[in-house]
Design a protein around this ligand. Sequence first.
Ligand SMILES: [Zn+2]
Ligand SMILES: [Zn+2]
Length: 136
Amino acid sequence: MSDLLERLRARGWRLTSQRRVVAEVLDGDHVHLTADEVHARAADRLPEISRATVYNTLGELVTLGEVLEVATDGRAKRYDPNAHQPHQHLVCSACGTIRDVHPTGDPLAALPAAERFGFAVATAEVTYRGLCPACA
Ligand SMILES: [Zn+2]
Ligand SMILES: [Zn+2]
């Protein structure tokens, strides 16, 4: 469980009804929604919520480090509340479904010193691609 709402409460983030709805929509496991999807779901619960409010709230959550932006090429950016547990993504190349996965081994450690070109390497992202069961 991503427990996004609990984390935000613990940080003392001011929970207006609009921000709460955005956080509720994002709460959960394997959640990777585009901003438009967040807006559509938030508007189901709070019809007056504007797209601008949703975008601003998402931006704030990303700045706080409580939500990750996930870029999957050729598709809209997605928002991922699983920000504190290191994980990688499994992406369906047909429908774009995304799963959080935890490969064995540390992808950062997997890059040999000789191939770091003097960089102080801080993070690594691995994307596994293929067809999900529904698309295969
Ligand atoms: Zn699929
Ligand atoms: Zn994720």
